[in-house]
Design a protein around this ligand. Structure first.
Ligand code: HEC
Ligand code: HEC
Ligand code: HEC
Length: 378
């Protein structure tokens, strides 16, 4: 956990806001931000060829360039007014995720770094000041770049930690004021981001899913334990993910176990989640292991009953995580198995069931889960 806190502390913008007390100096800390235009020359990342076109992909297709513009719209103005923070586009409560350079001390911004570039290269790859010159040297390999301070995004663990920092942890008052609830799932969100890198290993899907969900659990548990005003969303997310990952890790002997928290004490599960997140990137599932997790999840239909202990809200959070898992794992199965799998219409019904909290009916979800199971086993 300690190492993780130090890692996040190195996440430049959030470090100041969230982890001020735990901050330890890292190499990245204090490094100069160059800005996206500093990466875009045509001989570097702004070229036309596949190998050099990262800037073009990002600037033309990536939603992250719009992140600041969102803060200028009416919905943002309403949220900001409700929270009482003045203008969203210049308040660190919003810009920390939507326009991270605005929270960086001016001395750390090179003249090429623009405060309005939204979520840009260095928001994910780390401040480039310490490695900008070295990283193009032909005698440097990847490990040397990482040692110089470039963030190791090839590691799924590091990648998940990078994305989750902006894709899950919204403060309770912002949620209450109407900020969309954020659901973090690394596999689908990586696919949805227009890719500016050569394809990852084609079997990355289930690993990315598992690493992302474990990191999501660790973060949600941590926020629930330590926030002075923890969001109900974070508590429900912790309980739902612990439930889901307990099912998955029970049937997969290669993985460290998650146990469902017996009490409201989430500290043990936070630690287990981090262990799982560190191991998941080297998990090498075959069709049988993916199938056994799918089987365990579709066998939960009998648990979708409202009781005194389990509210409809708790079941909705669980159902949401089940649907994400079925979606990602069945996609991996389709890719690896060769034989066609006819589950799309069943999966669509499940997706629709969990879309809106207010429309969720546990019994109908259980029924659709059984239909999915029947289609899967055919
Ligand atoms: C922890 C990071 C974080 C913080 C802090 C944050 N946001 Fe967001 N916000 C996001 C992410 C990520 C999304 C994209 C959600 C998605 O589509 O999955 C988002 C989406 C939004 C949307 C919806 C955009 C759309 O296209 O539907 C609005 C509006 C918004 N944020 C406004 C704000 C405002 C205003 C603040 C400050 C009061 C704020 N955000 C603070 C991360 C954050
Ligand atoms: C939202 C996060 C994010 C942003 C923003 C981002 N990247 Fe990346 N980038 C990644 C991830 C994830 C990878 C895949 C891991 C890897 O190969 O290092 C990657 C890979 C790369 C690679 C390796 C390409 C390959 O084929 O191996 C380069 C070069 C790169 N990014 C440059 C950039 C540049 C330049 C920008 C800005 C114009 C940028 N990135 C913006 C997340 C991001
Ligand atoms: C510095 C904060 C930050 C980081 C780091 C970050 N994002 Fe985002 N991301 C945002 C914000 C803010 C938005 C909302 C912008 C919009 O909707 O136009 C967003 C939107 C997105 C979207 C489109 C909306 C959606 O949920 O489908 C995807 C996909 C996405 N991010 C993937 C990633 C991935 C993958 C990573 C990690 C490699 C990552 N992001 C890292 C802040 C961040």
């Amino acid at each position: 956990m300690r190492r993780f806190i130090i890692f996040l502390a190195s996440f430049f913008a959030l470090s100041a806001a969230l982890f001020a007390k735990d901050v330890k100096q890292t190499r990245e800390e204090g490094a100069l931000f160059i800005g996206a235009v500093g990466c875009k020359s045509s001989s570097c990342h702004g070229g036309a060829g596949e190998k050099r076109s990262q800037y073009i992909t990002w600037s033309r297709q990536d939603f992250h360039t719009r992140a600041l513009a969102i803060l200028l719209d009416a919905r943002s103005a309403r949220i900001a007014e409700t929270v009482g923070i003045g203008e969203a586009q210049s308040n660190a409560r919003c810009t920390v995720c939507h326009s991270p350079f605005q929270s960086v001390a001016p001395v750390r911004l090179a003249s090429t770094a623009h405060a309005d570039e939204g979520v840009s290269c260095e928001s994910c790859h780390g401040a480039a000041g310490s490695w900008l010159r070295g990283h193009t040297r032909t005698d440097w390999n990847y490990a040397m770049r990482v040692t110089a301070g470039m963030r190791d995004l090839r590691s799924l663990y590091v990648r998940a930690n990078t994305c989750v920092a902006c894709h899950q942890n919204v403060d309770n008052d912002l949620l209450k004021a109407g900020h969309p609830t954020l659901v973090f799932e690394l596999d689908s969100q990586s696919i949805n981001e227009p890719k500016h890198w050569r394809d990852d290993d084609p079997s990355i899907g289930p690993r990315a899913w598992l690493t992302g969900q474990a990191v999501a659990l660790r973060e949600a548990a941590w926020r629930s334990r330590t926030d002075s005003d923890p969001a109900a969303d974070m508590q429900e997310t912790s309980i739902a993910l612990a439930w889901l990952l307990a099912k998955a890790t029970t049937v997969e002997p290669a993985l460290p176990k998650i146990s469902e928290p017996a009490s409201s004490d989430l500290e043990p599960v936070q630690k287990q989640a981090d262990d799982l997140a560190r191991r998941a990137p080297s998990w090498n599932p075959n069709i049988d292991s993916i199938m056994s997790i799918l089987r365990a999840l579709v066998a939960t239909d009998s648990e979708f009953v409202v009781t005194k202990e389990t509210s409809v809200q708790t079941l909705w959070y669980r159902a949401g995580r089940v649907v994400l898992a079925l979606d990602r794992l069945s996609a991996a199965l389709k890719q690896n198995r060769g034989i066609p799998l006819k589950i799309d219409s069943e999966l669509n019904l499940l997706r629709e069931d969990v879309r809106l909290h207010e429309n969720f009916a546990a019994g109908r979800f259980a029924e659709h889960l059984r239909a999915f199971r029947a289609a899967l086993m055919k």
